[in-house]
Design a protein around this ligand. Structure first.
Ligand SMILES: *Cc1c(COP(=O)(O)O)cnc(C)c1O
Length: 396
């Protein structure tokens, strides 16, 4: 049988590994040696879970979506990461990694951010733990995500606008890596998703697995069985998906559906459907599926949702797609918008645009009436209100 977890050498099938410049060998090797022991340490786990509960507001609710269930003729539950402090699943990862950084004796935290959700989560936890915090953000994103930039500043973080390349997430990540190369003795690099060199993808998946652990417990209480028939999540780098499915990876009766960002359509040239369009390549230290030109140049991805427009995808999810453990659907901008309005009007929940992609699958494939489908609502829609209002006006 396939084992969908990471191998000793840091690979999921053919994907993963650590493709890094020599100068990063020592800090990445340090992290590789430290992370498993620290994550498994009962003291760490106690501190981590205390913060998740008393600070981030976990466990997040598992809500039965009654009207959506009726509409799509199956039983739909929503895992409510939108209810967490700072509004998404990113806070779980920030708490976990920054606690780990403190245990490794680091005093300075750096992070990359796209839409700013990961930057705000990191800046929040740094304020709480009295750590210096520097956030790299593409200049384009700084300009279009002013509210999150103001939050990071108010939280005491330094936001560095990056002017290289397209001035978006990929360029911010390059700049964060450059900083880490020069400052790894006191600095810890908090990556915001299940991407980057080994051990980051495995570490982030294990930290986010609190999502699936709670689903197990909550389903057992509500349904008398601790597993659903389907788990559904959107995929940017893959962390909310990895956290949702981690506990069920090798339980084949639980089917996995991943929603990637189709953008304006996968054949339109304006898409972020990495699994459908990507070929094997290396990005930010990992071998994975990557949207690239014939001669291997990274192609700029596009999605209406800033959190999904990354040209790569975490190696764990690349492997799940490649081995058909996961079914992958590309959801286009307009389909995600429709799903966001349906959830809002039928269930009273305004989702993040990213999460709306996960909801977009229901118009694409049928389920059976007794199927239990758990959808991860990775975040709330506050940051996307401008996009929602614009689309309302357009359709008025
Ligand atoms: C960042 C983000 C995502 C995409 O990141 P993953 O690592 O794929 O989870 C999805 N939803 C929300 C709300 C986000 O902030």
């Amino acid at each position: 049988m396939n084992d969908f977890n990471i191998s000793e050498t840091g690979y999921y099938g053919e994907f993963g590994g650590a493709y890094i410049p020599e100068i990063l060998f020592p800090p990445v090797e340090n992290l590789r040696k430290a992370y498993s022991e620290i994550l498994n340490d009962p003291d760490f786990q106690r501190e981590f879970h205390a913060l998740l509960c008393d600070y981030a507001g976990r466990p997040s609710a598992l809500s039965l979506a009654e009207r959506l269930s009726e509409k799509y003729a199956c039983k739909i539950y929503l895992k409510r990461e939108d209810l967490n402090h700072t509004g998404s699943h990113k806070i779980n990862n920030a708490i976990g990694q920054i606690l780990l950084a403190r245990r490794m004796g680091k005093t300075r935290i750096i992070a990359e951010t796209g839409a700013g959700q990961h930057g705000v989560a990191a800046a929040t936890v740094c304020a709480r733990m009295n750590m210096e915090c520097v956030i790299y953000m593409g200049k384009t994103d700084v300009e279009r995500q002013q509210l999150n930039v103001r939050k990071m500043n108010m939280l005491g973080a330094k936001v560095v606008p990056v002017t290289a390349g397209n001035m978006t997430l990929k360029d911010a990540t390059n700049e964060a890596i450059r900083d880490w190369c020069g400052n790894s003795s006191n600095t810890y690099y908090v990556i915001g998703s299940t991407v980057g060199p080994h051990p980051y993808p495995d570490m982030v998946a294990r930290i986010q697995s609190v999502i699936g652990k709670e689903i197990k417990q909550q389903l057992a209480e509500k349904e008398g069985r601790d597993y659903p028939d389907y788990l559904v999540a959107c995929v940017g780098g893959g962390s909310n998906a990895a956290g949702t499915i981690y506990e069920y990876l090798n339980d084949l009766k639980v089917k996995i559906i991943l929603a990637e960002a189709g953008g304006k359509g996968i054949d339109s040239g304006k898409s972020a459907a990495t699994i459908r369009l990507g070929r094997v390549g290396v990005i930010h230290g990992a071998k994975t599926l990557l949207i690239q030109t014939e001669d291997g140049q990274i192609q700029e991805p596009y999605s209406i949702s800033a959190g999904l427009d990354y040209p790569g995808i975490g190696p764990m999810l690349a492997n799940l797609a490649k081995t058909n453990r996961a079914e992958v659907l590309a959801i286009n901008d307009d389909e995600a918008l429709k799903a966001a309005f349906d959830l809002t009007r039928m269930e009273g929940i305004i989702p993040a645009l990213e999460s709306a992609h996960a909801l977009g699958i229901f118009d694409k494939r049928p389920f059976k009436p007794d199927d239990i489908v758990v959808v991860c609502i990775s975040g709330r829609g506050d940051k996307d209100m401008e996009t929602y209002v614009t689309s309302l006006l357009r359709n008025a």
